[in-house]
Design a protein around this ligand. Structure first.
Ligand code: PHE
Ligand code: ZN
Length: 897
């Protein structure tokens, strides 16, 4: 499919929103499915929107061949203007209008995977955000909601399963070996929630009766060989249904809920009404092929898509600028779901730490680069570029702050009011905020709603500067909080944010001090939430008997950078040893290590040791503390990585950072050698595999210990530990242990790494998702000798590598460019040449995947020389291609601005 070499796509602005000139009430679609030429008959009834001045009907369409247009059964005049079908002479005053459009399209040539496409002998659709217009001409915008009836016709043998949204009305055989199915979705929905599937699939099924006594059929459709990997997905779906009823009173509203897995998919999964379509990565799992992280990912994505049925589908977005209305809220819901499933306070903290790490790694980084945008963006060229960590993960933090401000019960009241007001509507982020505030009229949220809403309008990560002073004579402790926020593209100056700061004070003996704000009379609390809504505020606590150590931003109560002014190492060590908040305990260790890593990077000469003795002692104490569980220990001992260190620096020398990171890893391996040994021995045997938090924590810690033991062996020339790792790799009964052992061999630069990789491939050559791991491991391996780029290039030629499969591209190319900075940023610029070549090659196949890869250069302006000049040259080479997709064009032109 060729794009014209024209001027860049126009910018769309949030403030230009206008209601549609027509409503579409019903849609009756008939598909004659054929890979090369699918025929689509679209019969709709339309009505003029009386609130909008009369104007022609403009329908969106892309890559369609138009055969016929009828209005009320008659031929009509029409124009094709760019991608739009324009009807100027619709009959006056005769609503509803019956419009019939007949088009064809070519699913087998659809490598963008938007609209109707073929994959592994089946038909699938992806319509969010603007894929429906690649199926038929339509008002392809989320505020136009219609009821759909869908007839599918296809060859029966090749496509035995025919699915669409809603309920199955009828199915049967046709002549010539074809068959049909008719589906009807009783709920009005925007076109982006339409879906169909026609493929040779089988289903795991489960019938349930919900609390209200209604019967439902749940189905998970996969390829026949994959049925043994669907148990966990079904389990997660059952848990999701129960959780949404229990926590939010939201019940399944459909007779049937279907999940379909496909291996060609641009994203993780899609919440089409009643017919969720998933990347196989988030459905398929069995112990021998999936890791603990994979199991967790499945639980949260199944939850996420299921929760969209209410937050996204029943109440949808008015326009795409409101995307976080459904995504931020639904990510928050899936995070709460995963935490509730995890159970124990400590397992919940482990969940939270994982989410915050992800947020900081991706979203904070996005917020400090050329693609920075508010949670509710003001403009875009290509909406697909705005399915970002900011809209999703920061959006989820914004929703979490409502809950922090109004409490769990208050949040539930706000949700209830939101549904009471808006069920069945397409609404805005403001509508959600208003419901939360109105349901909690006495809260800090309601008092400062306009200030709170700046989280939606202002980009950038605020910095919270905190300083404390103790007055021994008055027995008071005064905490001063001040905020600032760096400029972001288009937003040079910011107004203050409303920042909830969950906090406590820790006494010298490690005990929490009771908190009584001066002038306050209530019972003292051990923890409270301070609210900063100005540039600066001070809070004085009375009856504080000694200088305390503050613990601020507990549970990461706001998405900000925290700067603790004048705080010494002793205070951090005190928090690491005593904080009652597990998140802040972990955070204390991270800060200690990060500060020392950063000074090692900045030192004129590379220091012999990165960490000082007191930090190492503290880490050792964590490992030896019997009261802490394995998962938490593993997280504390997960060292700041190269990308995290780079994020702290104004001028980034990736090779210098790599050296420091490497030195840090080796130092921790050697300094804690005895502990790695005993931890490995204590945790190596995790018994029969069950994907649950306690044993997963033990596996994670055993794998970390093994990796460190292999790192030690690398320096000492010892062959025993690599040998043990190889044995463990061979004998592993589950993928978590197998991958852990393989990674240990790679990190230890063992000669056994290569044979292990080969064996891994031989064992799993028929398991696509495991092959993805195999490619990713090699793309992200520690590059001590500068050979990884060459290996990645060679892997592009591997028989199992396909540029048209997004999972494969992400595993090899995207992983290398985004997640292996030490290998990617080469002084000879070869990494950047590779990047440009791959972006250009992919852009002709799948623009969304190309644009994601393009973002590996977001931070090029912060690179030191010679990296910066070479990176700039590579970006300009991409930008110079005349027929670049809108997706990649937007990313590279922002980078160059
Ligand atoms: N709406 C999907 C989700 O968040 C994500 C998605 C966006 C999938 C665009 C495909 C295309 O669950
Ligand atoms: Zn979503």
């Amino acid at each position: 499919m060729f794009r014209e070499a024209t001027t860049p796509s126009p910018t769309i602005y949030r403030h230009d929103y206008q209601a549609p000139a027509f409503w579409i009430d019903t849609v009756d679609l008939t598909f004659d499915l054929d890979p090369a030429k699918t025929r689509v008959l679209n019969k709709m009834t339309l009505r003029r929107n009386p609130d909008v001045p009369a104007q022609p009907l403009r329908l969106d369409g892309e890559e369609l061949n138009l055969a016929r247009v009828l209005v009320n059964g008659q031929g009509t005049s029409f124009k094709l203007e760019g991608d739009q079908l324009v009807l100027e002479n619709l009959p006056e005053g005769a609503d509803p209008i019956a419009l019939e459009i007949f088009t064809t399209c070519n699913p087998s040539k659809n490598t963008e995977l938007m609209g109707l496409y073929t994959s592994e002998g089946g038909f699938f659709t992806q319509c969010e955000a603007q894929g429906f217009r690649r199926i038929t001409y339509f008002l392809d915008r989320p505020d136009v909601m219609a009821t759909y009836k869908v007839t599918l016709r296809a060859e029966k043998k090749a496509y035995p399963v025919l699915l669409s949204n809603g309920n199955l009305l009828e199915q049967g055989d046709l002549e010539d070996g074809r068959h049909f199915a008719v589906w009807h979705d009783p709920f009005r929905k925007p076109s982006y929630l339409f879906a169909l599937v026609a493929a040779p699939l089988v289903a795991r099924e489960q019938r349930i009766v919900s609390r209200g006594g209604k019967e439902h059929l749940l189905q998970v459709f996969v390829r026949p060989g994959d049925l043994d990997k669907t148990e966990h997905a079904m389990q997660a779906l059952l848990q999701s249904i129960a959780w949404d009823e229990a926590r939010f009173g939201l019940a399944l509203d459909l007779e049937r809920f279907m999940i379909v897995a496909t291996s060609d998919f641009n994203a993780g999964a899609m919440e089409n009404k009643g017919l969720n379509i998933f990347n196989t990565k988030y459905v398929l799992a069995k112990p021998s092929t999936a890791t603990d992280d994979d199991y967790d990912g499945i639980t949260s994505v199944i939850g996420h898509e299921y929760f969209h049925n209410w937050t996204g589908n029943r109440i949808t977005c008015r326009d795409w600028f409101q995307l976080s209305l459904k995504e931020g809220l639904t990510v928050f819901r899936d995070q709460e779901f995963s935490e509730d499933l995890a159970g124990s306070p400590s397992a919940r903290a482990v969940c939270r730490i994982g989410n915050v790490r992800g947020l900081r790694a991706v979203q904070f980084s996005e917020d400090s680069g050329p693609m920075a945008h508010p949670v509710r963006p003001d403009q875009y060229q290509e909406i697909a570029n705005f399915y970002t960590a900011t809209v999703y993960e920061k959006g989820a933090e914004v929703v979490r702050m409502y809950q922090t401000l109004v409490g769990r019960d208050g949040f539930r009241k706000g949700m209830d009011l939101y549904f009471q007001r808006h069920d069945g509507q397409a609404v805005t982020c403001d509508d959600f905020a208003q419901a939360m505030a109105d349901a909690n009229p006495d809260s800090a949220l309601a008092a400062q709603l306009e200030v709170f809403k700046r989280w939606y309008s202002q980009a950038g990560t605020p910095v919270l500067h905190a300083s404390g002073s103790y007055d021994a004579a008055a027995q008071t402790y005064t905490l001063t909080l001040r905020q600032s926020c760096p400029a972001t593209p288009g937003q040079p100056a910011k107004q203050p944010f409303l920042i909830p700061v969950r906090m406590g004070l820790i006494g010298r003996d490690g005990q929490a001090l009771p908190l009584q704000l001066q002038g306050d009379t209530g019972t003292p609390l051990l923890e409270r939430v301070l609210v900063l809504h100005d540039t600066e505020a001070s809070f004085t606590f009375a009856d504080i008997p000694e200088a305390p150590v503050p613990s601020l931003l507990r549970q990461f109560s706001a998405p900000v950078w925290l700067e603790l002014q004048g705080e010494d190492e002793a205070a951090q060590l005190h928090r690491l040893a005593h904080d009652s908040d597990a998140f802040n305990r972990w955070e204390a260790a991270q800060r200690l290590m990060m500060a020392q890593a950063v000074s090692a990077v900045q030192a004129s000469e590379m220091p012999a040791q990165v960490l000082n003795a007191s930090t190492l002692d503290a880490l050792r104490a964590v490992l030896r503390n019997p009261a802490l569980d394995a998962a938490f220990k593993q997280l504390v001992l997960t060292l700041p990585d190269e990308l995290e260190i780079a994020e702290e620096l104004d001028s980034v020398d990736p090779q210098r950072i790599k050296m420091v990171s490497e030195a840090l890893c080796q130092q921790v391996a050697h300094a804690l050698a005895e502990d790695w040994l005993s931890l490995y021995e204590a945790h190596e045997n995790t018994g029969a595999y069950v994907p649950e938090p306690v044993s997963a924590g033990r596996r994670a810690l055993a794998n970390l210990a093994l990796e460190n033991l292999c790192r030690i062996a690398r320096d000492s020339g010892d062959v025993v530990w690599p040998g043990k790792a190889y044995q463990r790799f061979k004998d592993a009964s589950n993928m978590t242990d197998r991958m852990g052992a393989l990674r240990a061999l790679l990190e230890g630069q063992s000669v056994l790494a290569q044979p292990a990789l080969e064996r891994f491939h031989a064992l799993f050559q028929d398991e696509a998702l495991v092959l993805d791991k195999w490619f990713r491991l090699q793309a992200t391996r520690n590059d001590l000798d500068g050979k990884v780029l060459g290996q990645v290039r060679a892997l592009l030629q591997h028989k199992d590598f396909h540029l048209s499969n997004p999972n494969r591209v992400r595993s090899l190319i995207t992983a290398f460019c985004h997640a292996n900075p030490g290998a990617f940023h080469r002084a000879d610029a070869a990494g950047y040449v590779f990047w440009a070549d791959q972006v250009l090659a992919l852009d002709g196949i799948n623009a969304q995947i190309a644009a994601r890869l393009a973002r590996a250069m977001d931070h090029w302006k912060r690179l030191a020389e010679p990296y910066r000049s070479a990176a700039g040259e590579a970006i300009r080479r991409v930008a110079a291609k005349p027929d670049l997709s809108a997706d990649v064009r937007e990313v590279v032109s922002r980078a160059l601005q």
